[in-house]
Design a protein around this ligand. Structure first.
Ligand code: A2P
Length: 317
């Protein structure tokens, strides 16, 4: 799997990573077994988050892969985790990453992201969240906490997730270490051209979650997997719509976090590097009608503040 070099750190990230979050959640043993299979299939990049509750099974899978000799050392893997919004306060950030490291049984992670550009109170135990528990993020002080994680060697790179151009501008105006990555929803039906261009100019790598449309989740559907235009291109090339979507993202310079716990499909999703899309095929994809899948509202429930934040990221498409 080819890699992309991240800014502000001497680090290469494989352009296809395996997502570990299942919706609805699955047993930790199922997650662990799927990750071990993914390592056997050639995956070296795994994406987790405190909120997914998959740090522990990922840590166990890494330990098992080392025991089985599937990898010689932990350094062969690229591991991403994310700061949960209830801990988005300067003094809680180093303790949070230490908690994630304990869950993962690791000394460092490769990339630590701010999960969402908002803060939740610590009482939040379940969704939907009540209005009184949602606050704006203090970007300056939270980023200082993220920078401290990097300076302490607890993570090699730091970045953000679900940030709009406006939020990135605010962050860049105060950051000593600029964010290496912005992980956002992206696929042929939510191309976010403006955000991609904004990030390119500023050396921020864009990583796509829901690259296949997050079928079976609360916010996702089969509109990518069953899109007519993608199906037609896939048929002509002897590929699948999932592969066309992942290849299109790769050709835009975007890495993908594609989740599959099925052996055949996880292999299929890595098989996108020895063929390419023609100009005509790319043009057809760029003209697809756009629709946003995930919203803060679909995660947190309906509130004025989350609707406001969503309106901001809608400006970025
Ligand atoms: P499964 O785990 O059974 O393979 P996303 O990565 O956009 O979040 O999408 C994940 C969803 O897409 C999961 O339901 C996953 O199911 C399914 N999926 C992953 N890879 C493929 C593929 N190559 N073809 C069809 N469905 C896929």
């Amino acid at each position: 799997v080819p890699g992309v070099t991240l800014s502000s750190c001497d680090l290469t990230m494989p352009v296809i990573g395996m997502g570990t979050s299942s919706s609805p959640p699955v047993a930790p043993e199922t997650t662990k077994a799927a990750i071990v299979e993914a390592i056997k299939a050639g995956y070296r990049h795994f994406d987790t988050a405190f909120a997914y509750r998959t740090e522990q099974p990922l840590g166990e899978a890494i330990a098992e892969a080392l025991r089985l000799g599937l990898i010689k050392s932990r350094d062969e893997l690229f591991i991403t985790s994310k700061l949960w919004s209830s801990f988005a306060e300067k003094d809680l950030i180093v303790p949070s990453i230490r908690m994630s490291l304990r869950n993962l049984q690791l000394d460092y992670i490769d990339l630590y992201l701010i999960h969402w550009p908002l803060k939740l109170s610590q009482e939040v135990r379940q969704m939907p969240v009540i209005r009184e528990h949602i606050f704006p993020l203090d970007i300056k002080s939270v980023w200082e906490g993220m920078e401290e994680c990097k300076n302490l060697g607890l993570t090699k790179a730091i970045g953000v997730s679900n940030f709009s151009c406006k939020k990135l501008e605010e962050l860049l105006s105060t950051a000593k270490i600029p964010p290496a990555v912005n992980q956002v929803e992206m696929n042929p039906l939510w191309q976010q051209k403006k955000l991609r261009e904004f990030c390119k100019v500023r050396g921020i790598h864009v990583s796509a979650f829901s690259p296949l449309g997050a079928n079976n989740t609360k916010w996702g559907d089969n509109r990518i997997l069953e899109c007519d235009v993608l199906e037609e291109i896939a048929k002509a090339k002897g590929k699948t719509t999932a592969q066309i979507s992942l290849r299109w993202l790769y050709e835009q310079g975007v890495s993908s976090i594609a989740k599959s716990f099925n052996n055949e499909r996880m292999k299929q999703n890595l098989d996108i590097f020895d063929w390419s899309l023609t100009e005509e095929e790319s043009n057809k994809i760029s003209q697809l009608p756009q629709r946003k899948g995930i919203t803060f509202e679909s995660i947190l429930g309906p509130h004025d503040l989350v609707l406001e934040l969503d309106a901001e990221s809608l400006d970025d498409c």
